[in-house]
Design a protein around this ligand. Structure first.
Ligand code: SF4
Ligand code: FES
Length: 337
């Protein structure tokens, strides 16, 4: 007989949920799912130790626990804060959180070039989506953005350090799923940069996964760059018998040509299974694969527009957030008059 598990009762945006002790606030929200889930720019569930770097997931803890109902004094990063029994958390229902999130977008964009029109990640960029949902329409930033010299990190991956938001996901990927670490964050503060040590090429079988985990266009696929805007591509689920990674992928078509192979991502934009470089870079013929059918891009994305019925738009979310931001904007607008 299964023992009675202790479960913590948590309320997230007025919705009750029961989770196991040790669950983070973000994971509790993901258990509820939908529009109330906080955005995450650095946390990545398949990789251990991620989170706590970008602050995109900030929430307000209005009640710490049933035993100690005091609110937490500051907003907390939901991806690294464990829940307590009786905790009450506010995200989209709290304008202070949305206001702070707007500031986080501004911070992340301080050194990020606004080059979406020429960036390969456009259309599937987490920062672009984050700025669209939570950012402000105009910028206050006038200072010069930091720039870096181009670094060659091998034949498959293009590094654009100027676009990096230092989320550390690629560093954890290199650490956890490749057999040796040749890549990390160098220096400190605004001089920090992702680099391979002494510009060494990343030449192991799973290095291509750093492309999939990068939330922005800092790490892109050299074999796919500038071939096609992602929203014009047709994503298709396919698999092959691969003894290295299992071979479950998404093929991205331009007409009848496979122009890119990626891992399959879940609703939170995280890969379901890391894939090897052979599948990613060397198997670009339809005959290499067993086609399963069209990929439904579940995450709200421009990619799914005009393609499939499911996962096309997030109207409730957009309206809810737009309403909340309107409330924030109202006092400012009236005092400006
Ligand atoms: S290169 Fe991409 S994945 Fe790596 S730290 Fe920068 S933004 Fe994150
Ligand atoms: S996703 Fe939580 S701090 Fe980055």
């Amino acid at each position: 007989m299964e023992e009675n598990k202790v479960m913590f009762k948590v309320t997230f945006d007025n919705i009750p949920v029961e989770v196991e002790p040790g669950t983070t606030i973000l994971q509790a929200a993901r258990k509820i799912g939908g529009d109330i889930v906080p955005p995450a720019m650095c946390y990545y569930a398949p990789l251990k130790g991620t989170g706590g770097k970008c602050r995109a997931c900030l929430v307000r803890v209005a009640q710490g626990s049933a035993k100690d109902p005091r609110p937490m004094p500051k907003l907390v990063a939901s991806c690294i804060t464990p829940v307590q029994d009786g905790m009450v958390v506010e995200n989209t229902v709290n304008t202070e959180v949305l206001e702070a999130r707007k500031g986080i977008v501004e911070f992340l964009l301080i050194n990020h070039p606004l080059d979406c029109p020429v960036c390969d990640q456009a259309g599937e960029c987490d920062l672009q989506n984050f700025a669209f949902d939570h950012g402000s329409a105009k910028t206050r930033y006038e200072e010069e953005r930091r720039t870096f010299d181009r670094i060659d990190i091998g034949p498959y991956v293009q590094l654009h350090m100027t676009r990096c938001i230092l989320c550390f996901r690629c560093v954890y990927t290199a650490d956890q799923i490749t057999n040796r670490r040749v890549h990390g964050v160098l220096n400190r503060g605004d001089a920090s940069e992702i680099s391979t040590y002494i510009e060494k090429a990343i030449d192991n079988d799973f290095s291509g996964n750093i492309i999939d985990v990068c939330p922005v266009g800092a790490l892109t696929d050299k074999t796919y760059r500038f071939r096609q805007r992602v929203w014009f591509s047709k994503p298709v689920d396919a698999h092959r018998d691969c003894d290295k990674c299992g071979g479950k992928v998404v093929l991205w078509y331009k007409g009848n040509e496979v122009i890119r192979v990626t891992g399959r991502k879940n609703v939170f934009g995280e890969v379901e299974q890391f894939i090897c470089n052979t599948c990613r870079f060397e198997k670009k013929a339809t005959s290499d694969w067993v086609i399963e059918g069209p990929r439904v891009i579940e995450k709200w994305s421009v990619i799914s527009q005009n393609h499939y019925e499911k996962g096309t738009v997030k109207p409730e979310f957009s309206l809810k957030i737009a309403d909340a931001y309107k409330k924030i904007a109202e006092p400012t607008t009236s005092s400006d008059k």
